[in-house]
Design a protein around this ligand. Structure first.
Ligand SMILES: N[C@@H]1[C@@H](O)[C@H](O)[C@@H](COP(=O)(O)O)O[C@@H]1O
Length: 259
């Protein structure tokens, strides 16, 4: 795992967007897994700026990490709509190059299996952006999710519902159930890039990066991934014991290596 500590969210966005741009250079039809929430927005903004300067996303494909169950089709806070707004529209990517699980399906179990098959048929995810919940979740894999899990239905913790209530009119409007790529599914992506900003994420980050591998902290599974990058601002990195080591490692890294 590589830990990169940057001054702020804008720098975080630039670094992650640069990695996506390098990937698209090598593989123009790369499948890029995007995350929702506030943290990854600077990445999409930075990609938009790169596109304005000539980055081609003409063949790039986008896939979704997770989704609420039961929101009506077209609900502005369904993750499908969030991704449409924040990623597809912004980057000029058409619907035929987008894949996501159907949280409004009558048979959500079948929708999960269908999404697993879609990702497999697409050749797997090349680059997966991740945020982290204050309880250490990735996607919507809440604490004690199996590290072997596949896309399935999960129940949100109260803490996650409270954290996400800001996107809804009230806490009661936040769905109890979600669909999420499983931890096993996420771990098959070729490069995982987890972003965290702010003091509210510092504890979850410290547990995930420097704590024991444990299902109670789902993000700790990144310790097992052969290519995982964690990009933090100073506040999110504030509880890391080895922060100075991570800083000097990154500072002295050959520039050709990228993240
Ligand atoms: N399912 C999403 C996660 O994928 C995201 O990482 C998390 C953190 O969101 P934020 O970046 O807004 O803190 O929110 C939601 O729970």
């Amino acid at each position: 795992m590589e830990i990169v500590i940057v001054p702020d969210a804008a720098a975080q966005g630039e670094l992650a967007a640069g990695a996506v741009a390098d990937l698209l250079d090598r593989k123009p039809d790369a499948l890029i897994g995007v995350a929702t929430g506030s943290t990854p927005l600077p990445v999409y903004e930075a990609l938009q700026r790169r596109r304005d300067r000539g980055l081609s996303l003409d063949r790039a494909r986008i896939c979704q990490l997770d989704e609420y169950v039961g929101l009506p089709v077209g609900h502005p806070e369904s993750y499908r709509e969030v991704v449409r707004r924040e990623v597809l529209d912004r980057l000029g990517i058409s619907d035929d190059r987008f894949m996501g699980p159907d949280g409004s399906a009558e048979d959500v179990v079948a929708a999960c299996a269908a999404y697993e098959a879609t990702l497999k048929n697409a050749g797997g995810v090349d680059f997966q952006l991740l945020g982290i919940g204050t309880d250490g979740h990735i996607g919507f894999n809440e604490p004690i999710s199996s590290f072997a899990s596949r896309t399935r239905v999960k129940t949100l913790t109260e803490q996650t519902r409270v954290d996400n209530a800001r996107f809804f009119d009230s806490l009661d409007d936040v769905p109890q159930h979600v669909l999420t790529q499983g931890i096993g599914t996420i771990m098959e992506a070729r490069h995982l890039v987890l972003l965290a900003t702010g003091e509210s994420k510092a504890e979850a980050v410290a547990l995930a990066v420097e704590g024991p591998l444990a299902a109670i902290v789902p993000a700790s599974v990144l310790q097992l991934h052969p290519h995982a990058t964690v990009i933090l601002d100073e506040a999110a990195a504030s509880r890391l014991k080895l922060a100075d080591y991570y800083r000097s490692t990154y500072r002295t890294k050959p520039s050709w290596q990228g993240i």
